[in-house]
Design a protein around this ligand. Structure first.
Ligand SMILES: [Ca+2]
Ligand SMILES: [Ca+2]
Ligand SMILES: [Ca+2]
Ligand SMILES: [Ca+2]
Length: 395
């Protein structure tokens, strides 16, 4: 009988079934000749069925297993699961190290600006690029985010800074303004030319607090006259063209709280005052750079201060539902048309924006210490550098 003529019924009852089975097994074995050859278990080595009681009965190198001589199992390859000794196993070994041959790449690294995902989160350089300017103690430094190296800016060593009048970089990155604080009401604003290290006086006034820049080499500053009466001025950096932009009405002055403000690249000013003169209420206001078009932005009955422009259409500010001296400061935001007022983060201290306003660096207390916040995705990233006070973030 020819093999191809066997029906299923005939096959089941056929005495040739055993033979057919044997043939099919032979086919299966034949399809895996490599496996058999490498495992040493091939049928044609002549020792496959060699009986044994102990290893002494087997040929050299073979061992006795369940009465048959077989080749011993291959030694498992010893694998170093943390090849670069950075404390993180490679991803192929179930770990989180996305480059196990570079000890400066693992989930605990800061993802500095080098075009590489240094912290294995599939995002490249999420802390951004440029320089972060900051004060530590009484010294002014900047960190280059391409190298994470700190450079101290000369001149400032030992100067006293108010937290309300921190040095500020000009929009073109060439100058750093600062207020000399001799301990009297009369204070002087200077700027440092970063390239030449020359220091020039801009103006002097009573009780100068916050200072900021417009993009046309104008300084905006707040001064507290006797009364107290808070005024926002603008002045050219040669001290000319001094203009009064806003004078706090007497009813708003009783709180005694210092006025805080920020300038936008487009030339707007956001500032914080108490609408009813109490120490428990402050709101954010907005006006043009010449003092026109004053509007009140926030209206939530709490304490809102230290506004910071984040891009062309948004202001971020410290917010507290209790009073102006809270245990915990939160971060809120509002659009420049007064809409979309919301709580962004609880527990934070300071905030500066990247040059393209896509990211913010938070100088935080209480659990948000030194985080980069991606404004597009609202993700928070660890940033393992510590700053006392952030100044600015510039290319
Ligand atoms: Ca590793
Ligand atoms: Ca690594
Ligand atoms: Ca990354
Ligand atoms: Ca990087």
């Amino acid at each position: 009988m020819k093999l191809e003529n066997i029906t299923e019924k005939e096959f089941k009852h056929s005495p040739t079934k055993r033979i057919i089975n044997a043939i099919s097994k032979g086919i299966i074995y034949a399809t895996t000749p490599l496996l058999i050859a490498t495992s040493g278990l091939s049928c044609d080595d002549g020792d496959h069925n060699e009986p044994c009681v102990t290893n002494y009965n087997c040929k050299s190198g073979r061992i006795c297993v369940e009465g048959e001589c077989v080749n011993p199992p291959e030694e498992p390859e010893i694998v170093n699961e943390d090849n670069d000794d950075d404390g993180f196993k490679a991803i192929i070994h179930g770990g989180t190290d996305c480059d196990d041959f570079d000890d400066l790449i693992n989930p605990e690294q800061t993802d500095w600006c080098d075009g590489i995902d240094n912290n294995c989160n599939d995002l490249i350089d999420e802390i951004g690029c440029g320089n972060i300017y900051f004060i530590r103690g009484k010294e002014v430094f900047y960190t280059d985010l391409s190298t994470l190296e700190e450079t101290e800016i000369p001149y400032f060593s030992g100067l006293d800074f108010y937290f309300s009048s921190l040095p500020k970089i000009s929009p073109d990155n060439s100058k750093l303004s600062f207020v000399e604080n001799p301990g009297t009401m009369e204070r002087t604003i200077y700027y440092l030319d970063i390239a030449t290290s020359n220091v020039n006086q801009i103006t002097e006034d009573a009780g100068i607090g916050a200072i900021s820049w417009f993009s046309n080499n104008k300084i905006v500053y707040f001064a507290r006259m006797n009364g107290p009466k808070d005024v926002i001025y603008s002045v050219d950096i040669d001290g000319s063209n001094k203009q009064t932009l806003y004078t706090k009405p007497l009813g708003e002055s009783a709180s005694g709280l210092h006025l805080s403000f920020d300038t936008s690249p487009e030339g707007k000013i956001a500032f914080s005052i108490s609408p009813n003169g109490t120490r428990d209420l402050r709101e954010i206001y907005l006006m043009n750079g010449d003092g026109d078009n004053l509007i009140r932005l926030t209206n939530n009955g709490g304490c809102n201060w230290n506004p910071v422009f984040g891009g062309a259409d948004k202001v971020y500010y410290v917010c507290s539902p209790e009073d102006c001296f809270p245990d915990q400061k939160n971060l809120c935001s509002i659009s420049l048309d007064g809409s979309n007022q919301k709580l962004e983060f609880e527990k934070y201290r300071g905030l500066i924006f990247s040059p393209d306003n896509s990211k913010a660096l938070m100088d935080g207390d209480y659990g948000v210490q030194d985080k980069v916040w991606d404004l597009n995705t609202s993700e928070l990233f660890q940033f393992d550098l510590y700053y006392d006070h952030l100044l600015t973030w510039r290319k």
